[in-house]
Write a protein that binds this ligand. Structure first.
Ligand code: SF4
Ligand code: FES
Length: 286
C-alpha cells in the first residue's frame, strides 16, 4: 500500500489508484465534470486540478496516479485558483440559460460554478452557438451548452457498445455529433441524459413539465425489462414526470434501459405501476 497525504490527512492507497479515487474514498470532494467512475479517464475538462507537492503546475486528480509519499492539496490557493480559472474558461461559451434549463437545480455545472467559480469573467467576446441535433424521441439537445466532457461519447463506446456520438472538429469548432445525422437508437441511450453534467442532453418527454425541486422521488423496479433494473420514479401529485436509473451494483450498476424514459412506455401515474415493481426502499424480494 502507498502512503498519501491529502489536505494534511494521511491515507493508504492501492498502487495504480488515482488522486480522485483516494480522495473520494476518504470523503474529500474534488470538483469534476468529465470523470465518471464507470468510464475511462479522458481528463479533458481540467476541473479537478489540485496542487501536488514538487509538481511544477496543478495536476488533474482524475488522471494522476498516486505515488508513495505524495502530498496533495485540494484547498490551497494554487488549487482553488486553478479550479476558478477552469470554471471561468468553461463558462466562456456556456449560455446563461439556467432559468429555462431542465437541468437547473440538479446541474453539476451550476453547483460547481457556485462552489468553485469566481464572480466575474474577463471574457468579453461573442459566445459561440452550436446547432442542435435531432437524436430521436427520447433526447432533446441544446448543444451550445455542451462543455465537451465526452462522457456521452465514452458511454456509447464503452458501456452501450455502440458508438453513436462522437466529437468532431477541434478547438472552438469542436462539437458532439452523430456523424451521419442519425438518431440515437441504442436501448440504453437514455442514460446519456443522466450522464451529461450540463443541460446539453435532456429528456424530451420530461421537457418543461416540472422543475427538479418540485419532484417527489420513489424507488422502483423496472416494469418492462427482465433485469429488474432499479429505478427512481419521480412524480408530482401522483403524476409521473420522469423515471431515472438508480444505482445498484449487483443489478444494473448505474444504468437503465431507455424504455422508462419514453412517454409511451412509461406509466403516467404511480397507481399504474404494477405493485410488485414498486415499493419503498428495500431489498428486491424473491
Ligand atoms: S453533450 Fe453533455 S455529456 Fe456530451 S460532451 Fe457535451 S457536456 Fe459532455
Ligand atoms: S474530472 Fe479530471 S479532467 Fe475532468
Amino acid at each position: 500500500m502507498l502512503k498519501v497525504e491529502i489536505n494534511g490527512q494521511q491515507f493508504e492507497a492501492e498502487p495504480g489508484s488515482t488522486i480522485i479515487e483516494v480522495a473520494d474514498s476518504a470523503g474529500i470532494y474534488i470538483p469534476r465534470f468529465c470523470y465518471h467512475e464507470k468510464l475511462s479517464v479522458a481528463a479533458n475538462c481540467r476541473m479537478c486540478l489540485v496542487e501536488v507537492e514538487k509538481a511544477p503546475k496543478p495536476l488533474p486528480a482524475c488522471a494522476t496516479p498516486v505515488t508513495d509519499g505524495m502530498v496533495v492539496q485540494t484547498l490551497s490557493d494554487i488549487a482553488k485558483q486553478a479550479q476558478e480559472d477552469i470554471m471561468e474558461f468553461l463558462l466562456i461559451n456556456h449560455p446563461l440559460d439556467c432559468p429555462i434549463c431542465d437541468q437547473g437545480g440538479e446541474c453539476p455545472l451550476q453547483d460547481q460554478a457556485m462552489g468553485f467559480g469566481g464572480s466575474s469573467s474577463v471574457f468579453e467576446e461573442v459566445k459561440r452557438s452550436v446547432d442542435n441535433l435531432d437524436l430521436g424521441p427520447l433526447i432533446t439537445t441544446e448543444m451550445t451548452r455542451c462543455i465537451h466532457c465526452t462522457r456521452c461519447v465514452r458511454f456509447g463506446e464503452e458501456v452501450a457498445g455502440v458508438m453513436e456520438l462522437g466529437a468532431i472538429r477541434r478547438g472552438e469548432d469542436m462539437k458532439i455529433s452523430t456523424f451521419l445525422g442519425t438518431s440515437m437508437d441504442s436501448e440504453v441511450s437514455g442514460n446519456v441524459i443522466d450522464l451529461c453534467p450540463v443541460g446539453a442532453l435532456t429528456s424530451k418527454p420530461y421537457r418543461f413539465t416540472a422543475r427538479t425541486w418540485e419532484l417527489n422521488g420513489h424507488t422502483g423496479i423496472s416494469p418492462h425489462d427482465c433485469l429488474g433494473s432499479n429505478l427512481e420514479i419521480q412524480e408530482i401529485r401522483g403524476v409521473v414526470k420522469r423515471v431515472l436509473p438508480r444505482d445498484n451494483e449487483a443489478v444494473n450498476e448505474c444504468c437503465a434501459p431507455a424504455g422508462p424514459h419514453y412517454g409511451s412506455l412509461r406509466p403516467t401515474s404511480l397507481a399504474q405501476y404494477p405493485a410488485e415493481h414498486f415499493r419503498e426502499v428495500g431489498p428486491l424480494q424473491e
